[in-house]
Design a protein around this ligand. Structure first.
Ligand code: FPP
Length: 238
């Protein structure tokens, strides 16, 4: 199939794509604007990349929206980020419903203010019968805490022996396909505590583009790059 003028193999679309959306602050700084303007521009990219994922037939898109480490940012920036998230929900919920998108929240949202928390829960509820793209919003998320939470749940359940398959049932991603592809924008070559368990065999893609400048075209080119890789999962080439 051809998409935005780029030839893609329909049978090799990644099932699950993760994105570390980085570079909003620098995007704003370059323009002499406060950082929140970068986040606002970043929220527009979220909308575009989500819509492109639907058109490409990607099953799940995991977005790293707020990490447990982000609490160390100035209070004002944190407040504005959650306000932006609430505005995004208000503006987008009907589009998400219409586009058959289901939302999953990964992370400890008990630490969020009540209004935001309730909006997220209502959004999940409103979209729960949708069957298309799963938009996995990772909010107050960290890969290490996800693993530790899983271990604590296992200890509490009284299970005495565990294997990989059983362990995965205690992760936020329990009902999601394998994370095939991870994109990080803004030129940083780090994982920053994102999906540590899930990344075992994921193909990685790093681009210098700042998140607000990341276009559907670049997204499709990244997927084309993914399609040209040989995934061996530890085996030798056939
Ligand atoms: C990283 O840029 C980005 C974030 C910490 C927040 C991501 C949030 C959004 C893209 C907008 C809202 C999200 C949704 C789901 C509507 P940075 O601030 O670390 O940039 P910098 O490294 O250039 O400072």
């Amino acid at each position: 199939m051809k998409f935005l003028g780029i030839e893609l193999d329909e049978d090799k679309i990644p099932r699950h794509v993760g994105i570390i959306m980085d570079g909003n602050g620098r995007w704003a700084q370059k323009r002499g604007l406060p950082r929140i303007f970068g986040h606002k521009a970043g929220a527009k990219t979220v909308k575009l990349i989500t819509e492109t994922s639907v058109k490409l037939g990607i099953k799940c898109l995991s977005l790293f929206a707020f990490s447990t480490e982000n609490w160390q940012r100035p209070k004002d920036e944190i407040k504005n980020l959650f306000k932006l998230l609430r505005n995004y929900i208000k503006k987008e919920e009907n589009n998400l419903l219409k586009n058959n998108i289901k939302v999953l929240i990964s992370g400890d949202i008990s630490k969020l203010d009540e209004v935001t928390r309730n909006m997220l829960k209502k959004l999940e509820e409103k979209l729960k019968n949708n069957t298309g793209l799963i938009l996995n919003l990772c909010i107050n998320y960290s890969g290490r805490s996800e693993i530790i939470n899983a271990v604590n749940k296992i200890l509490n359940s009284g299970i005495k022996k565990i294997d990989e398959e059983k362990f995965e049932k205690f992760l936020y991603t329990k009902d999601l396909p394998e994370l095939d592809f991870l994109i990080r924008t803004s030129g940083e070559l780090r994982i920053s505590n994102f999906m540590l368990w899930q990344l075992a065999y994921t193909e990685l893609y790093f681009t210098k583009t700042l998140w607000p400048d990341f276009t559907p075209e670049e997204f499709v080119l990244a997927i084309k790059d993914f399609q040209n890789r040989e995934r061996r999962f530890g085996r030798i080439p056939e």
